[in-house]
Design a binder for this molecule. Structure first.
Ligand SMILES: Cc1ncc(COP(=O)(O)O)c(C=O)c1O
Length: 409
């Protein structure tokens, strides 16, 4: 049977079986197959509705299939889907200027994913430092529990051993220190250091917020030593924390910043935002990506970015985020297995003293998608358009599931 022909209708059991057979086994998947999305909701093949507090892992910040993003994709697809970076690309130019207008940056390099954006940052940091400070300057300091991607360089930058297993030898040139420990950073800097790479809030590592003043102190050290400060905002950028970029909360600007995930409302894209004086170290031929900044992705990016700014999504994220945080903390007082609630805006984490995987499954059975990271941190990443009523529904359901585990205080 030719499964791939348009018009062939398969049931989800058959599709899952074909997935096991033909798709590389790199993901532990839940047994549901999602086929449609609108706003905060997604539906599986059988028509069951789910309230989505995962958002494709911080990708669908505008909600699923936002009409302005859909229109931009449709209009651009009819005009021009792809051309080479040999030529100037209209929406690429517009998205780059829009990103610069709303950030610290003066130039943008486009690519296709978060890992690729971080690869670009790592390469440019080395190139800049070698040019300005000498051949020996190549080392990058990253933080324990960080996550920067799955390519060899970004995997090495990711200071979590579990992701390294089986892939030795790793890339040389990275040094790890505990997150939010400024003295550890000071101790790690030496004559080889060229940059510090850090997430303003760690996402995959368990929704870890830095202590007050940490990012500012990093900026000061970088200025003092002449090394570069790189913020990885792949997960927390594009409004997720209630400001367009997380660094805005602290009033601390990086030298480079990486974006991906929600930048184009769900269309694959990555971007490296760069400050003047550093961007110039990239010259024609130094770095490239076939699809980087292609017309389709950047047209979607313009629609996503302008919609976030123009439809009050940042304000909603702040208000509903604070409400959600407070409600999570209230539940935290009721159950002894809840350790802590963390996060900002609509990236919230609830650390448990128990494994969280069965809670995710039970919530899913009840029609709510949430995530668990590091084994015991429930992570909530709803679209930025989420309402307080939807938060109430998740809270009520969580409480019911927690009661099932019992152990009430
Ligand atoms: C902070 C951060 N950086 C980089 C990445 C890697 O992005 P991608 O999966 O698009 O390569 C992720 C993915 O979760 C991330 O959270």
């Amino acid at each position: 049977m030719e499964y791939w022909r348009i018009g062939v209708v398969l049931d989800s059991q058959t599709l899952m079986m074909l997935s096991e057979k033909y798709v590389a086994n790199t993901y532990a998947r839940y047994p549901i197959l999602l086929v449609r999305g609108k706003g905060t909701r997604v539906w599986d093949l059988e028509g069951k509705e789910y309230l989505d507090f995962v958002s494709g892992l911080a990708v669908c910040n505008l909600g699923h299939c936002h009409p302005k993003v859909v229109k931009a994709i449709r209009d651009q697809a009819e005009k021009l889907i792809h051309v080479s970076n040999f030529y100037y690309i209209e929406p690429q130019i517009q998205l780059a200027s829009l990103l610069c207008k709303h950030s610290f940056a003066d130039k943008v390099f486009f690519c296709n994913s978060g890992a690729e954006a971080n690869e670009g940052a790592i390469k440019l940091a080395r190139k800049y430092a070698k040019e300005k400070m000498g051949e020996n300057r190549h080392e990058i300091i990253t933080m324990e529990r960080s996550f920067h991607g799955r390519t060899m360089a970004t995997l090495t930058a990711t200071a979590q051993e579990k992701f390294h297993k089986g892939y030795a030898p790793l890339m040389p040139g990275f040094k790890y220190v505990p997150f939010s420990d400024i003295n550890a950073v000071k101790g790690a800097i030496d004559s080889k250091t060229c940059a510090i790479l850090v997430e303003p809030i760690q996402g995959e590592g368990g929704v870890n917020c830095p202590t007050e003043g940490y990012l500012k102190a990093l900026r000061e050290i970088c200025d003092e030593k002449g090394i570069l400060l790189i913020f990885d905002e792949v997960q927390v950028g594009m409004g997720r924390t209630g400001k367009l970029f997380a660094y805005e909360h602290e009033g601390v600007e990086p030298d480079m910043l990486t974006l991906a995930k929600s930048l184009a409302g769900g269309v694959p894209i990555g971007a490296l935002l760069i400050r003047k004086g550093i961007a110039e170290s990239f010259k024609p031929g130094d770095h490239a990506s076939t699809f980087g900044g292609n017309p389709l992705a950047t047209a979607a990016g313009i629609a996503a970015l302008t919609t976030i700014l123009e439809e009050g999504m940042l304000e909603n994220c702040q208000q509903v985020g604070e409400y959600f945080f407070t409600r999570l903390e209230k539940i935290g007082e009721k159950f002894s297995f809840i350790k802590e609630v963390r996060g900002r805006g609509l990236i919230l984490g609830m650390e448990l003293k128990i494994d969280g995987s069965s809670i995710v499954k039970e919530m899913m059975r009840r029609g709510i998608l949430i995530n668990c990271t590091m084994g015991n941190v429930l992570r909530f990443l709803p679209p930025l358009i989420v309402t307080k009523e939807e938060v109430d529904r998740v809270i009520e359901m969580l409480e019911e599931v927690f009661k099932g585990i019992s152990d009430q205080k």
